[in-house]
Design a protein around this ligand. Structure first.
Ligand SMILES: Nc1nc2c(ncn2[C@@H]2O[C@H](COP(=O)(O)OP(=O)(O)OP(=O)(O)O)[C@@H](O)[C@H]2O)c(=O)[nH]1
Ligand SMILES: [Mg+2]
Length: 330
């Protein structure tokens, strides 16, 4: 396959994974390569709280057409910070287990969410790059990607992007919005005027409507995440302890940050990047697009215009016209 002409951005794919995820990671890589990267050869950074084994490195590096890098996460980015009361955190996990809240009893899931919220972009290997594209195990890419999304982000001054959005489980974030309001009070200088508050709140910021961009897919600016504004936001949340006293996910954290710290036109929706992470599909609306991009997703499965998606709100807030044919997919 021919290498695409044109400039390359200073950008990388990034995957957080365990050694045992190797075959699910391989499936994801294969699709990213076939649909895009075999013509662009971007690098790929792998991060793990334990050292990657030889099998993981061999399998992944043989599939990737760019350079591969393997990093170990420092202990202080994957452990309980000193200010956390371990007994209180344990009681929460036991309570959430009883209530059968998904991953509610898991310690490692909480470290993962905190890491993805506040540390992945400052790992040593990531400091070399300006943009990232997050890839998880077992995801699917259903259409060809005919242009460079990193370059699109750069040339259009986009800082964050998504393909799927939905409502968060309320039980995992009871006080996340309280901490957010505290941050807004303490740091009014970081709240951007033309922001996306309307995506996050139906009452002008009093309460959170739970809408968030699904963060298992993201193409975004690392320099934005490394900014003082984002850093102050993460620090406020981390001090309040909700990563451990509740089960805050990195998706609502990134989304609230993107909604308040970025101008609304710095957040982009990629209609033409078709994607699946269990249990939701983004299949591009518009038959012509799907044919041109040789898509193999069933348009009936497209989640965008269904009742539990927040993507309509994003379109309304930005005064965007929905793609032709969206009414048939509600
Ligand atoms: N190194 C490492 N990676 C992890 C750990 N837990 C999760 N991950 C990775 O973190 C990302 C998110 O974890 P997932 O288990 O996919 O969480 P999820 O997407 O909310 O839930 P699923 O529906 O199970 O996919 C994936 O890339 C995982 O491989 C862990 O304990 N160690
Ligand atoms: Mg996942």
């Amino acid at each position: 396959m021919e290498t695409a002409p044109g400039p390359r951005m200073n950008a990388t794919f990034v995957t957080l994974a365990r050694n045992s995820d190797v075959w699910e990671v391989a499936r994801s890589i294969r699709q990213v390569e076939d649909r895009f990267n075999k013509r662009y050869h971007y690098d790929w950074v792998f991060l793990n709280d334990k050292p990657f084994d030889d099998e993981f490195k061999k399998v992944t590096s043989s599939l990737i057409s760019g350079k591969t890098h393997y990093g170990i996460i420092p202990e202080e980015h994957w452990s309980f910070p000193d200010h956390i009361d371990l007994d209180k955190a344990k009681a929460v996990r036991e309570d959430m287990a009883k209530k059968k809240i998904i991953y509610g009893d898991s310690i490692s899931y909480r470290h993962m969410c905190r890491f993805e919220s506040g540390f992945f972009y400052r790992q040593e290997l990531m400091l070399n790059y300006d943009y990232y594209w997050r890839v998880e195990p077992s995801v699917e890419y259903f259409c060809d990607i005919h242009y460079d999304p990193f370059r699109f982000m750069h040339e259009n001054n986009k800082k964050y992007s998504f393909v799927l959005s939905l409502y968060e489980y309320a039980e995992t974030i009871p006080t996340l919005w309280d901490s957010t309001k505290k941050f807004m009070r303490e740091h009014p200088e970081h709240i951007v005027e033309d922001n996306s508050m309307k995506f996050l709140s139906d009452d002008g910021g009093e309460t959170y409507n739970k809408c968030h961009f699904w963060s298992n897919f993201e193409v975004g600016s690392l320099n934005w995440l490394r900014s003082k504004a984002y850093g102050d936001f993460f620090e406020t949340l981390d001090q309040d302890g909700g990563f451990f006293y509740e089960r805050w996910g990195d998706a609502p954290v990134h989304s609230i940050a993107a909604g308040l710290l970025l101008k609304k036109d710095e957040v982009h929706f990629f209609n033409d990047i078709a994607y699946y992470h269990v249990p939701f599909t983004h299949c591009p609306t518009g038959e012509e697009t799907r044919q041109e991009l040789r898509c193999h997703c069933n348009p009936k499965n497209n989640f965008d215009w269904k009742g539990y998606s927040c993507t309509s709100r994003y379109f309304d807030l930005n005064n965007l016209d929905k793609p032709d044919g969206w009414e048939k997919q509600t």
